[in-house]
Design a protein around this ligand. Structure first.
Ligand code: UD1
Ligand code: CA
Length: 463
């Protein structure tokens, strides 16, 4: 037993029947992350790094996601074969709990953050159990907190088992507890499933503790951090609260968001001051946006880094890319993974970049596909340029050295290297390397047939 450490049990075995979904409930997304991400983030930020996760429906999917997001180290996983209730889920987790006290958190409360967890930890004192509650005008679906005359907890009664009088209670059980491990071990076996759902309700444990005169404290906390998602309607209400919380924090920090109701920014995105975000923009994942950046309408940015003073015009898609200072992207540009755009570059409309590094001050202003390319500084890529990087089996590299000028409608058949300051005439298909400072032309020589139109007309009339 580690005396001072607190571990946590996260309940995530339920199917989420009311979601009517093939996906486990906790894998439904809010902005850019599944629901279960948020309580875990909160636990970690509160310093809790020993977490038992109870899995059941879709266990493999949830486990795989959690390990990919947070690594393996902090978790122990247990499987609850049949979802017989929250009391049963805690019972299954108990053998893996190695601390004297532990937090229980339900996996379907994504508005929770570390301040709530810290508040719970600080409230523990000499208490043997702490139950978190909140007040709500619409308590439907929640377990009600029933207090005695001295305002102490008497019991928690579920919606389906509540009397009409109890249903009027506006104080509800949040699904977040701090418990003495020893006492949970002592009482967990006493919980019965004699209720309308034939389930083992964890909150029933408090009745047994209370009848043995053991202290159960109620910590009243905030609704907007504790709402649960039992269906997609509740999920959308939670999404709105989360979106507003995140966007407000950025605005307070000096970011202009023109229409915050239409902008979705992931929990872990960083944005510098004086950046302006137009309507209908999504910035997701581990994106870092500098200051004085402009992001216009309809743009989606995921796991990307934009340095200071970058402008992204309307309707761009930027995924796992890096764009350095003063560059201008779009409108209608697509930057695919492993693209690096150096400073002062112009990427214009209908230009797609994939695994391409484009040097300082270079330009690809219209209609181009540049894949697996290494492009130097001061390069001009004409309209309609295409890197033919794929032969159906393998991908090959295109290199354009500094100062190259690529005429419009050129195909660069990779692997191919264009030397410094070389020119490529418009309409060329380049299959061989081009030496520095030379001109490459590969199009058919033009021939003019004089008077051809007149001759043709005469012929027609003669017929
Ligand atoms: C639960 C509480 C209720 C509280 C509400 C707060 C119980 C009996 N009821 O009700 O008092 O007001 O949360 O949102 O605890 N789970 C398992 N295994 C199971 C059953 C559930 O892991 O056998 C997990 C679910 O995946 C979910 C969480 O426990 O993440 C809560 O279960 P859910 O069915 O959503 O409980 P509620 O009916 O919302
Ligand atoms: Ca719930």
């Amino acid at each position: 037993m580690r005396a001072n450490k607190i571990s946590a049990v996260l309940l995530a075995a339920g199917k989420g029947v009311r979601f009517k979904s093939d996906l486990p409930k906790v894998m439904h997304k809010l902005i850019d992350k599944p629901m279960i991400y948020y309580p875990l983030r909160a636990l970690l930020r509160a310093g809790i790094e020993d977490i038992v996760v109870v899995l059941g429906f879709g266990a493999e999917k949830v486990k795989e996601y959690l390990i990919s997001e947070f690594g393996e180290k902090i978790f122990s996983f247990v499987i609850q074969k049949d979802q017989k209730g929250t009391g049963d889920a805690v019972r299954v987790a108990l053998p893996k709990v190695g601390s004297e006290k532990f937090i229980i958190v339900y996996g379907d409360m994504p508005l929770i953050d570390e301040t709530i967890i810290l508040e719970l930890m600080h409230s523990f004192g000499e208490e043997k159990f702490v139950v978190t509650s909140f007040l709500t005008e619409d308590p439907y679906g929640y377990g009600r907190i029933v207090r005695d005359r001295k305002d102490n907890l008497l019991k928690i009664v579920e919606e389906r088992d509540a009397t009409d009088l109890e249903k009027n209670i506006k104080e509800v059980n949040a699904g977040l507890y701090l418990c003495s491990t020893r006492l949970v071990r002592k009482y967990i076996g006493k919980i019965k499933n004699k209720n309308s759902q034939r389930e083992y309700y964890f909150p029933d444990i408090f009745q047994y503790a209370i009848s043995d005169h053991i202290d159960v404290k109620i910590l009243e906390s905030k609704r907007e951090f504790l709402l649960g998602a039992n269906n997609r309607v509740e999920l959308s209400e939670i999404l709105r609260i989360l979106q507003k919380r995140i966007n407000t924090a950025h605005m307070v920090n000096g970011v202009t968001i023109i229409s915050p109701d239409t902008v979705y920014i992931g929990r872990d995105v960083e944005i510098g001051r004086d950046t302006v975000i137009y309507p209908n923009v999504f910035i997701l994942g581990k994106s870092e946006i500098g200051s004085n950046v402009v992001i216009e309408n309809g743009t989606i940015i995921a796991d990307s880094k934009l340095s200071d003073s970058v402008t992204v015009k309307a309707y761009c898609y930027i995924d796992k890319a890096i764009v350095l200072k003063n560059s201008i992207i779009g409108p209608f540009a697509r930057l695919r993974p492993d693209t690096i755009v150096e400073e002062e570059v112009h990427i214009g409309n209908f230009v797609e970049l994939k695994k391409t590094h484009i040097g300082k001050g270079s330009k690809a202003n219209h209609l181009a596909y540049l894949g697996d390319a290494e492009i130097g500084d001061g390069v001009n890529v004409g309209a309609g340029t295409i890197t033919c990087n794929y032969d159906g089996e393998r991908k090959y590299k295109t290199v354009l050295e500094d100062g190259v000028f690529v005429g419009s409608d050129t195909q660069l058949v990779a692997p191919v290297r264009i030397g410094r300051n070389a020119y490529i005439g418009a309409g060329s298909t380049i299959t061989e390397d081009v030496p520095a400072n030379s001109l490459a032309l590969s199009r058919v020589v033009q021939k003019n047939i004089e008077g051809w139109v007149l001759k043709r007309k005469k012929k027609k009339i003669g017929r």
